[in-house]
Design a protein around this ligand. Structure first.
Ligand SMILES: [Zn+2]
Length: 191
């Protein structure tokens, strides 16, 4: 029960309800869940191009011939990729940082996939012409956007931001699909 109540959004009461359910449920169902969890954790992989969660070397988005290879949207984590994909307004690729710069939480630029973004833009044959900074308008998101802009501003790519339409201090993940879709289409130059 302690293990279950450690999960986000699960209090002790809910944990107890889940445990009682797992005990009452058919044994094979509980074992199947345990096996699925072990598999989830041991087989999880990240796309070697964009760092999105993937079960293959290169994720389905990076591998798709339908996506525009000239645009890369930089986001904090996989949840943001899902939120933007749900808008059906974006056809470019992504770059998942795996977090944002947060000195309070001990997260610096080196802990994030920022160098791999720079390398990706500099790679021979790279076709990227625009980088969209799709980070939440929080202090950490702004700091991260500022840092990335500084690192890539001398490269021949346009740097834009989706800030418009997302409430300041808001989380990308919680923006509604129409607002998020509009803020991608109506992106502005960074700076
Ligand atoms: Zn990918």
């Amino acid at each position: 029960m302690t293990q279950i109540s450690r999960l986000p959004g699960i209090g002790r009461k809910t944990a107890l309800r889940l445990v009682l359910h797992l005990i009452k449920d058919r044994q094979e169902n509980t074992f199947a869940l345990a096996e699925a969890l072990t598999k989830l954790r041991s087989q999880i992989r990240y796309c070697t191009v964009c760092n999105n969660i993937s079960d293959t070397d290169v994720c389905a988005i990076c591998a798709s011939p339908k996506r525009d290879r000239g645009i890369v949207c930089v986001v904090e984590d996989t949840r943001d990729v899902m939120a933007i994909e749900n808008t059906s307004q974006y056809t470019g690729l992504y770059h998942v940082l795996g977090g944002v710069i947060s000195p309070i939480n001990g997260v610096g630029p080196a802990d994030l996939k920022i160098e791999s973004l720079v390398m990706r833009l500099n790679a021979p044959g790279a076709e990227v012409r625009e980088v969209i900074l799709g980070l939440s308008p929080t202090m950490e998101g702004d700091t991260t956007a500022f840092y990335i802009n500084k690192r890539i501003k001398d490269l021949p790519v346009k740097v834009s931001t989706i800030a418009r339409g997302i409430p300041v201090g808001g989380d990308l993940e919680y923006a509604d699909e129409i607002t998020l879709g509009r803020s991608i289409l109506g992106r502005t130059l960074f700076g």
